[in-house]
Ligand binder design. Structure first.
Ligand code: GTP
Ligand code: MG
Length: 171
């Protein structure tokens, strides 16, 4: 058969936002982990869509590991940035990390697509994706294609829409 195009994706966002849960849901059922634990450092994962073969750098979001992110920026051809929509207290921290990412020399001048997941939409006090988008000032991102989806990674809701968008940007 045809060989799928290979794409490196960076999965970024604060600890506990749901990055590993999202990536796990995108893998075939027989490759999914049953128990998800906080990521130490990072983990390399793979999943496929109809036309692409993704290699994901699933980074730890813990403060002490966030300095690892930038070492992979050069290799990344797309970014998945995950936000815990119910974590209002740390929305400003998520914005700081996003702004640092967007201003990094290895990211700043590249038209790299960014897919945002406003995750944990199932929680009672979750903010809408529109509100998350406003708090992160996403409308200020003018030089990169971006898209935000509300998601519930535990149930797998909202993930396909996001991945379809990402595939369109790259294919
Ligand atoms: P680090 O690896 O520490 O950076 O965290 P992470 O972003 O990979 O988060 P992880 O996927 O480990 O999920 C953290 C916790 O949030 C787990 O208990 C998940 O089950 C839970 N979780 C993830 N997504 C959702 C969601 O959409 N809704 C709810 N209610 N819980 C979620
Ligand atoms: Mg993780």
């Amino acid at each position: 058969g045809l060989k799928k195009k290979e794409v490196n994706v960076l999965c970024l966002g604060l600890d506990n936002s749901g990055k590993t849960t999202i990536i796990n849901q995108l893998k075939p059922t027989n490759a999914q982990a049953q128990d998800i634990v906080p990521t130490i450092g990072f983990s390399i994962e793979k999943f496929k869509t109809s036309s692409l073969s993704f290699t994901v750098f699933d980074m730890s979001g813990q403060g002490r590991y966030r300095n690892l992110w930038e070492h992979y920026y050069k290799e990344g051809q797309a970014i998945i940035f995950v936000i815990d929509s119910s974590d209002k207290l740390r929305m400003v921290v998520a914005k700081e990390e996003l702004d640092t990412l967007l201003n990094h020399p290895d990211i700043k001048h590249r038209r790299i697509p960014i897919l945002f997941f406003a995750n944990k939409m199932d929680l009672r006090d979750a903010l809408s994706s529109v509100k998350v988008s406003q708090l992160l000032c996403l409308e200020n991102i003018k030089d990169k294609p971006w898209h935000i989806c509300a998601s519930n990674a535990v149930q797998g809701e909202g993930l396909q829409e996001g991945v379809d968008w990402l595939q369109e940007q790259i294919a």
